[in-house]
Design a protein around this ligand. Structure first.
Ligand SMILES: Cc1cc2nc3c(=O)[nH]c(=O)nc-3n(C[C@H](O)[C@H](O)[C@H](O)COP(=O)(O)OP(=O)(O)OC[C@H]3O[C@@H](n4cnc5c(N)ncnc54)[C@H](O)[C@@H]3O)c2cc1C
Length: 447
């Protein structure tokens, strides 16, 4: 066996610290408005000022939304890609609300002050201020992105369509930027505020350019990844062994995932996330893919030799989140992949590791032999739970079942990866038998 790459200590941003930084930025934005605002006069002035503060916070919100998706390694490792995606989605809703409130309040405020109608004032603003027109186009783009991301619409779109429409956020931010300086009262005379705001936007832009564009290209030249083997596992599931150079420099850890782009004629334009299904080695990585749709199905037919470009590693589901000596790994379906890598690599004394693997039938149990071998070599317990709920007479993973099978359950860290329904159910069951929220670590396979 080749030596496992050393796992160097990698910087991780704590979720609380990231939220504190975001909150401090929002507070500084409010202060900027407060500091530059003379005492209010009548109703029009109140409305205009409400429009200003919502506009400033919207400008700040857009920068934060983009920064959350910049794939900054310590943030990805410390917070986790799925939690970042959730924050991005929730922050997106607030930001769109602020954008719309800004447009309405400021137009209404100016209309009240100028004793004219709101529609007339809106027309004047669009007609006389080119930056307002550009910013309005940016705002409409943001609203379009919010619409395609809404729960009722998103499942109807192909992932790639939704993803590429989402990239218009960059255009929206660029369109609105000059409006902030040209028309924002807070920036007109305050050079320090302009410098700080520019630094925010330039910093976020640089992070996006570096981590999302330069880094994958740099990694492609440095590591020269290629598929070296395609190994069928179970019907509809293959493992891809991907060879390359200097892979220890990636500092990947078991439990993490990469975004993979396979350079074939049909697949080069899209990348998809897959977890490492074995601990990373200096010269090769392995992923295991279940056919779920067009992209993943195409991977079943990949040829050895195919060039691969990656972004990553990402994800917080690593040994670093562990607090207890004993660990319970619970996998549902394709969720076995990162847990298989953790089963092999988490430091543990005999008896400290237990894996529960939920599958609809033993035919679908991926890595069956590997898991049994690992169980024997690591003196871990592996429990396959196979069958439909009807065959198993209800939920086979109740808190009582888990507590019976895993003595001392409440003193375990639980790593849980599987379909959303399963993770939600199992989390509730675990909480019901006294496992604390912070002992349960999960990563969603859906963003
Ligand atoms: C962090 C993470 C790790 C994953 N690890 C594995 C793994 O080890 N093995 C495995 O078989 N599957 C894994 N998945 C799931 C896998 O990425 C999807 O099944 C795959 O992308 C489906 O793509 P598709 O085009 O074949 O199917 P589609 O039917 O087009 O997509 C099915 C669903 O997959 C999700 N999806 C599709 N493309 C992407 C994308 N580019 N980025 C994010 N989500 C996408 C969307 O929610 C979509 O609705 C992982 C997903 C995530 C988020």
């Amino acid at each position: 066996m080749l030596p496992t790459a050393p796992a160097p200590a990698s910087a991780r941003a704590r979720p609380g610290a990231v939220l504190a930084v975001i909150g401090a930025g929002a507070a500084a934005t409010v202060w900027l408005w407060w500091h530059g605002t003379p005492p209010f006069g009548g109703f029009g002035d109140w409305l205009t000022n409400a429009g200003r503060i919502t506009g400033l916070l919207a400008g700040y919100g857009v920068a934060v939304l983009i920064a959350l998706m910049a794939r900054i390694p310590p943030v990805e490792r410390g917070v986790g890609a799925d939690r970042l995606a959730r924050w991005h989605s929730m922050g997106g809703r607030y930001t769109i609300g602020l954008v719309v409130a800004h447009a309405l309040l400021i137009t209404w405020g100016y209309a009240v002050t100028a004793h004219t109608s709101v529609t007339h004032q809106a027309w004047t603003l669009l007609d006389s201020y080119p930056d307002v027109l550009l910013a309005t186009a940016g705002g409409l783009l943001l609203v379009m992105i919010a619409v395609v991301s809404a729960r009722a619409v998103r499942p109807r779109l192909r992932y790639e369509t939704w993803y590429y429409l989402h990239l218009y956020t960059y255009l929206a931010a660029a369109l609105a930027f000059s409006h902030q300086f040209a028309d924002g009262a807070e920036f007109m005379t305050n050079t320090a505020a302009r410098a700080a705001w520019s630094a925010l936007y330039i910093g976020v832009g640089a992070a996006i350019a570096w981590y999302r564009f330069v880094t994958p290209v740099r990694q492609a030249f440095r590591h020269r990844l290629r598929v070296t083997a395609v190994v069928p596992e179970t019907p509809g599931v293959v493992s891809l062994v991907i060879g390359g150079r200097h892979l220890e420099e990636l500092r990947a850890e078991p439990g993490q995932f990469f975004r993979w782009r396979f350079l074939t004629r049909d697949l080069w334009w899209t990348s998809a996330p897959y977890s490492l299904s074995a601990p990373p080695r200096d010269d090769r990585l392995r992923i295991t893919v279940k056919a779920a749709g067009d992209h993943s199905r195409a991977l079943l037919a990949l040829q050895p030799g195919t060039r691969v470009v990656t972004e990553g590693p990402y994800g917080a589901l690593t040994g670093a989140v562990r607090r207890h000596r004993k660990v319970l790994l619970i996998a549902g379906g394709a969720g076995i992949t990162p847990l298989r890598a953790l089963l092999e690599s988490l430091p543990a004394a005999p008896g400290d590791l237990t894996l529960v693997y939920r599958v609809s039938s033993m035919r679908d149990a991926v890595f069956r032999r590997e898991l049994e071998e690992l169980a024997a070599s690591r003196q871990a317990k592996v429990w396959f739970v196979a069958g439909t709920r009807a065959e198993l007479d209800g939920n086979p993973l109740t808190g009582a079942d888990l507590a019976r099978r895993v003595p001392d359950l409440i003193h375990h860290d639980v790593y849980l990866v599987g379909p959303p329904d399963l993770t939600a159910d199992v989390t509730q069951e675990l909480r019901g038998v006294g496992v604390r929220r912070r002992q349960i670590h999960n990563e969603s396979f859906e963003f």
